[in-house]
Design a protein around this ligand. Sequence first.
Ligand SMILES: [Zn+2]
Length: 408
Amino acid sequence: MDRGINELFEGPTISHGIDKYLFPPSSFSEAQIGFMSRQEIREGLHDAMALVKNSEAINLPAMRAILRRFERRLGRATNLDDLLEKVRAHHENSAALITKQPIKQAALSGGGVWYFSVRRRGRETGERARQVTVKLDANYDIMQYLCQCPTFRHNTAKGNYDRISEQASGRTMHGIDVAGFPTFNMMLACYHVAAALTYISRETGQYKLPFKFTNIMTLEAMFMDVFRSAKEAAIDDYLIREGALTGETLKRISDGELTLEVAKHQRNSDQRSHGIISGVRTQREKDGYTFSGFATDFRATPYQTTAVVLTKNDGRSVHVLYDSKLGVDLPLIMLNIPKQMWQDMGRGDSAAELQGNPITADRPFRGFDERTGKEVIAIIARPDSRLITPTEARIYERATRKEAAGLV
Ligand SMILES: [Zn+2]
């Protein structure tokens, strides 16, 4: 079984205590499709197909595969009708996403609160349009948003994680998920919220969307979704890699106003690893670190993974790496030290470039903390390393001993 964290969504995130507002680019890209006219999509498709044919260099994997499939089977290019058919298959036999504009009603009340009625992408006869509320402050910064769709409610109710049901466990486990992590209230900007924010951005010119997409990127994201049923996290990753974060968003990340975070939804690990991860968390929290959610590491390499992140006020962080892709069986600790702090420690340029699998690096390497947009020096601390705390060493030892004794 593949071990590791199962990513659901990724995007710039605003944290207010245990409330997190996560903006997945996949939602905003789809909202952009919603605002495009049929003619714009037809033209965009035409341009994209020409690009796919004429340039191997452009990263459009889904469109490229679909184009080849259509040409092989039917001897023609993919067209708008094919796309409409796939969209219908995806959204309760409705092509409203392409054929209708998403905003049915919009109203602004005093105090910066917007009320929206956003068209569903599926059929509206069964379930009506979604009601969305968005609250902005005087600087057009987001204070809050709400939607009543299942994507939003599901994530709000479940936090980031699968909680242990209180009835099932027979005791109160408030705010702790199955892996022993504190839960957040995860407010995920669903398609409807993204459509509402896109509308506000276009109407006022004051609120700035966190993303900028080309039509080609948006169409590729849509092909990934409707033709290949890619999960949202994969579409988010594609869009982030293709440069969908605006310069302003990148600046806000490096200024510490936003972080780039991952929402996961289920455990995919064994008891021994749970023990190690939660032991590391408890130990590091005693040392002044705070559990800060999940984030991507080593993006755009074969070792891309999602780590558990603990942060300290001085900028240091501990990333717990746990992914069978990295070729290790145990969760390992990666220490991320801000480059400046490393230099202040008199270590100068002692860090190497990372080559190959980060887990096998036997000395500090230059890294990039995707979550904070900062250059860091990263050190992998193995169970036998001097860099782990004595308690962590005991946690590893205990876990390994239990395993040897056949207890796990
Ligand atoms: Zn929604």
